[in-house]
Design a protein around this ligand. Sequence first.
Ligand code: AMP
Ligand code: MG
Length: 272
Amino acid sequence: MSERRLRDLLRVDPGSKVRLARIDPSDTHGHSRASAQKELPAGLVRLQGLQDRLWAEAKHPVLVVLQGIDAAGKDGTVHHVMSAFSPQGCPVTDFKVPSPLEMSHDYLWRVHQHAPAKGEIAIFNRSHYEDVLVVRVHDLVPKSVWRQRYAQINDWERMLVDEGTTIVKFFLLIDRDEQKRRFQERYANPAKRWKFKMGDLTERARWDDYMKAFEDALSRCSTAAAPWYVIPANKNWFRNLAVAEILGDVLEGLRPDYPAMDPTVPADLVIE
Ligand code: AMP
Ligand code: MG
């Protein structure tokens, strides 16, 4: 079957202008919930094997960036897809409102220290992109400052890639109605209520501004070195399937393998 890979279907071509209104957040690209029930576990087993080799080999750093509006499913993606990885070798960093110490430095200072080491898959739940998203929407710095950041981010990511890091960036796309449903569910569910903040509604009121900021970040910062993927995320099962497949394809491209045995260990050793 010559089925096209989601990696090719969902990647933002460098230099192209993203229009989010033209992308269907409920799209499943021919996959069904029933087929996904078989595909996803297989995808997770594949990821598990790849990460085990990657960690053993300790050669390639991998950085996974997750962005999306509130309730887009960033935490759910970490929970469902990254559960394939051993916590050893898979640090997850949540980027929140910067602390006073972080604020006293440049915006990349707090980010760089969480960049992955060789063999690690570092996951950024939110990231340096907040500095051209929430910061732009709320005028936290003047336009003359944030507008320069797209090029700075590209340069910084390019440096990491030149030094051997693989970067994969996922933007989880939901629509306004889906966000409403998810907020309602959070508010109603005692196990999820803690996640709901009044501030979520003020951010929701700025929906269009956020979409514009996302479009610019996706259009200006999807590079050959560090591409963005726009994941239709209204359906959690498709989101998980897509992230797992793309991540699997990217990791497979690194051809991770177990290192050879220590040469000082004799080949005919009998362990008693
Ligand atoms: P949550 O991910 O729901 O726990 O919320 C984290 C909050 O931190 C979000 O409202 C983000 O917009 C905010 N945040 C993250 N990074 C920054 C930043 N660089 N400047 C301002 N706010 C940020
Ligand atoms: Mg939140």
